[in-house]
Write a protein that binds this ligand. Structure first.
Ligand code: UDP
Length: 282
């Protein structure tokens, strides 16, 4: 499955270049000012929720563009099958460990991450910080009634935030130009994109520079939860790392994509430290 993407570790590149494990974790070779766990070449940030929020608050304050990926095993596996999707993940400005499977894998290969940083929680943390600072947010994605309700609910929950724009996620490539222009005109500090994983990440990568938003982040099904259409897993499920199971029970159609989870686990068990690829050579 990983054959499409070369693994420089397996190819026996010198340790100084390869830099697996702790030394690769510095992440500085790839210009990142924070340490990473380079799981199959995807640079998962070694920061807990508090550090991640502080880092992104600074990003907004300094007006530097950040494309944030909330990474999970399904995305890593998709990257191993599709080199262009892998590039989208590997070149993100920040990848947070959204999936419990990622936290497990990092521990298993001996380069642990501090904690799971769930995209849904990170979105709320950023809105909370933004509310105290009068930031502007733009919501892109989900069905029209869902994004409208999500915008209204978030505006009520975070009165200091200006929701400057929203748009549903069902538009064609030919409409990209108009969507990008609308976001540019609104000049938000935060842009949350809730389309499917296969769409939102390549779309953000393609338009990152033109959008120029300080923090832009794919949030998957989060607007459905904010709008009350789907329920977030109870804390008990989250503590056990079973948020995916709760989601599966609500949306059984997700079973197909979840079959990659045991494949990912077996691959990590088999690869061990070889699951850590250098981030500066991908
Ligand atoms: N979605 C969208 N445009 C699309 C496909 C999906 O806006 O072309 C929205 C969908 O309405 C939902 C969210 O993206 O709110 C997540 O969809 P799904 O669960 O299918 O994607 P996943 O995150 O599992 O890839």
């Amino acid at each position: 499955m990983s054959n499409d993407v070369p693994n420089p570790v397996a190819e026996g590149k010198p340790a100084a270049i390869v830099g697996t494990g702790a030394d690769a974790a510095s992440g500085r070779a790839a210009g990142r000012p924070y340490p990473v766990v380079p799981l199959y070449g995807v640079p998962f940030a070694k920061m807990d929720m508090r550090q991640t929020v502080e880092y992104l608050v600074r990003a907004v304050e300094s007006r530097r563009t950040h494309r944030v990926v909330t990474g999970n095993p399904i995305m890593v596996m998709a990257g191993l099958r599709d080199p262009s999707f892998h590039r989208v993940l590997a070149t993100a400005d920040l990848v947070v460990p959204d999936g419990a499977g990622i936290v497990w894998a990092a521990r298993r290969v001996g380069d642990p991450l501090p904690e799971r940083v769930a995209g849904y929680d990170l979105m709320h943390e950023l809105l909370r910080e933004g509310a105290a600072r009068g930031w502007k947010a733009y919501l892109l994605g989900a069905a029209q009634d869902v994004v409208e309700t999500a915008a209204a609910n978030l505006a009520r929950q975070y009165p200091g935030i200006h929701i400057v724009g929203w748009r549903n996620g069902y538009f064609s490539d030919a409409e990209d130009e108009q969507v990008v222009e609308d976001i540019r005109r609104c000049a938000p500090d935060l842009l949350f994109v809730a389309r499917s994983l296969a769409k939102q990440e390549p779309w953000l990568a393609k338009y990152r520079d033109r959008l120029g938003v300080p923090v832009m982040m794919g949030v998957g099904g989060s607007f459905d939860v904010v709008a009350g259409k789907l329920k977030r897993a109870p804390v008990s499920f989250r503590r056990l790392g079973l948020e995916w199971l709760y989601r599966l029970l609500q949306e059984p159609r997700r079973i197909g994509r979840m079959t990659v989870l045991p494949v990912f686990a077996l691959k990590v068990l088999r690869d061990g430290k070889n699951a850590l690829w250098p981030i500066d050579t991908v």
